[in-house]
Design a protein around this ligand. Structure first.
Ligand code: A3P
Length: 297
């Protein structure tokens, strides 16, 4: 199969797919369509997130679980090669170079409607990771300022508006979470949150190990937990995005490993923004019957 040429599109180009905007720099119609017809194998593990929900953190956890706590030679292999994104232009090439002796570890930001149909034909394990949307919003706002393939937000206020309307890049957080949770009964899926990994890392790791059929034990758990801390990952070139060219991610404008905490939204939201956010959250999520594990204040 012919691989699409890498970085064929300009850094600020936009690809609209299923009504959602994606950065055209790393997505094309072909790469997005190909993801929707990807043939999963029962041994695949797919991590799905809305951007800024702790994707890279979970990629590090999953890589470590599957190498029994010893990253060894993959320590410096960037996360996008260890666990490539299904929908990105590099996917075909990266997927074919994944270690054939191991389950394929894959990542996606696509909404449930895009991947649900193909996933339902397989027993592939899906780990869905969610984060308090207020912290997602703040992290995404800073990420827009950091990377050149997303537009600079005009103001925090406008960014909040766009997030609540669900018209920003990668679509609506609300639809993303509801869509994937709606597939819980149909897929081999584990729902995990940033907050539980933050507050109860060992218990969350054990839950993941069990779900993945890789029970770990205290020694491996210690080793994994040590290599998943914010400080360890900040120093690790495999997961701190320092291998990205500065024309794409400019370190003078911030760091990918920014703060890594719960509740940073409190330093950004005005009382009015918080009130508006809570009202929209309640309207969109309140009657969904979903029990999501964060408080909104
Ligand atoms: P902040 O911008 O709030 O600091 P993603 O990988 O989905 O893009 O998510 C990035 C967010 O996850 C960033 O949030 C980043 O700091 C945080 N993160 C990454 N590794 C982490 C870790 N080991 N512990 C806590 N947060 C982490």
């Amino acid at each position: 199969m012919m691989q699409p040429p890498l970085f064929d599109n300009g850094i600020d180009s936009v690809e609209v797919f299923k009504g959602i905007r994606f950065p055209g720099f790393i997505h094309t119609q072909e790469s997005l369509r190909a993801a929707c017809s990807f043939q999963f194998q029962d041994t695949d593990v797919l991590l799905v997130t809305f951007p800024k929900s702790g994707t890279t953190w979970m990629q590090q956890v999953l890589s470590l679980v599957f190498c029994e706590g010893h990253l060894g030679s993959i320590h410096h292999v960037p996360n996008w090669e260890r666990m490539p994104w299904l929908e990105q232009i590099f996917f075909g090439k990266l997927c074919s170079s994944l270690n054939p002796g191991q389950p394929r570890l894959l990542t996606s930001h696509l909404p449930a409607e895009a991947l649900g149909p193909v996933l339902q034909h397989s027993k592939a394990r899906v780990v869905y990771m969610a984060r308090n949307p207020k912290d997602v919003l703040v992290s995404f706002y800073h990420f827009h300022k950091l990377v050149n393939f997303l537009p600079d937000p005009s103001s925090f206020e406008d960014f909040v508006d766009e997030f609540l309307k669900g018209t920003g890049f990668f679509g609506s957080w609300f639809e993303h979470v509801k869509g994937w949770l709606g597939l819980q009964q149909d897929l081999n899926m584990l729902f995990v949150t940033y907050e539980e990994l933050y507050q109860e890392p060992r218990a969350t790791l054990q839950k993941l190990g069990d779900f993945l059929g890789r029970p770990l034990g205290p020694e491996k758990e210690d080793s994994i937990l040590e290599q998943c801390t914010f400080s360890f990952m900040s120093q690790s070139s495999g997961v701190n995005y320092s291998q990205v060219p500065t024309t794409v991610m400019d370190p003078s404008r911030g760091l990918f490993m920014r703060k890594g905490v719960m509740g940073d939204w409190k330093k950004h939201f005005s009382p009015e923004q918080n009130e508006t956010f809570n009202a929209v959250y309640q309207a969109k999520m309140g009657n969904s019957g979903l029990q999501l594990p964060w408080t909104m204040d």
